[in-house]
Design a protein around this ligand. Structure first.
Ligand code: ZN
Length: 298
């Protein structure tokens, strides 16, 4: 009976993957590496995912190439974060002549408005919604819906892939909450380079302050930096963090002037390459929470 059930399951799997193997895979493009990883997890074998802004790349200041334009022209679906993250995308898509739908993965999340306490970013929406695992559950539902729209025959596969990934996200979310719970409440404060962890902060109860705003286009002003330095001293903030997409010099200067220690590198807007600390979304979140817990408790 059990053998028969396994045989049936194997047969069902063959039927499910057979057509994809026979046809060309659905070509899609994601605007940046983190989103590309989410699309791969939902798309699985049926989908070939390319990304425009690659590992360790900064989407805020990205300059698209002619090759990017050709890749958009070839794509069946274009996935973007939205919330103003990819200011260069619409022009690029238009220039490419692409007829592919542009799918906003963050559609339906509750956007975080910038408080406007920095010299720039007044009234801007924070695009870094993926820093909350709960938001990413909404992203992957949008991705699933768009893939089914483009490839209805893959409906079962996309739904199954999403369910499997959702279970991993549930486990990740639990791990993040448990790790943060171990940090004494009065130590849950830190400094990062740019304001990219607001959704993480709101979801998990860690206070982040940054000299640069929600985009890295504008340099931090002398006033922003002075304000951060006095805040570190007043609130006895123990750790400052580097990011993989921003210049390390400003954070090193702040550490020198305040005596706060550099707690390591946090990954905000991009994955690392496969040999780095954050080659996937799940590893990125796990690395960040472990790194900040180690620095804040140490
Ligand atoms: Zn950013």
């Amino acid at each position: 009976m059990i053998t028969r059930r396994i045989a049936l399951a194997v047969f069902a799997a063959l039927v499910a993957t057979g057509p994809a193997a026979a046809q060309a895979r659905l070509k899609v493009i994601a605007s940046f590496s983190i989103l590309g990883d989410l699309v791969k997890n939902v798309g699985g074998e049926r989908v070939e995912v390319g990304t425009l802004v690659g590992p360790n790349g900064n989407a805020h200041v990205y300059e698209p190439s002619p090759a990017d334009s050709r890749r958009l022209a070839d794509a069946a679906v274009i996935f973007v974060n939205g919330l103003g993250f990819e200011g260069w995308l619409d022009r690029l898509a238009k220039a490419s002549g692409s007829k592919a739908p542009i799918v906003t993965a963050s559609a339906g999340i509750k956007p975080r408005e910038r408080a406007g306490d920095l010299d720039h970013d007044h009234g801007r929406v924070d695009p870094h919604a993926w820093q909350s695992v709960a938001n990413v559950k909404i992203y992957i539902a949008n991705i699933r819906d768009a893939l089914i729209q483009a490839d209805p025959a893959g409906q079962g596969a996309y739904a199954a892939n999403m369910a499997a990934y959702l279970a991993k996200l549930d486990a990740l979310e639990k791990e993040v909450k448990e790790t943060v719970a171990k940090i004494p409440a009065d130590r849950r404060r830190l400094i990062s380079s740019h304001d990219s962890f607001g959704y993480f902060a709101d979801a998990y109860g860690i206070a982040f302050t940054a000299p640069q705003g929600v985009s890295t286009e504008a340099e931090a002003s002398a006033r922003d930096v002075a304000r951060i330095i006095s805040q570190i001293r007043k609130e006895k903030i123990s750790a400052v963090f580097l990011e993989n997409v921003t210049d390390a010099r400003l954070i090193r200067q702040i550490a020198r002037e305040t005596g706060a220690k550099i707690g390591g590198t946090l990954y905000s807007d991009a994955l690392t390459d496969p040999n780095g600390a954050a080659p996937s979304y799940i590893e990125l979140i796990r690395h960040n929470v472990r790194q900040l817990a180690a620095a804040l408790m140490g």
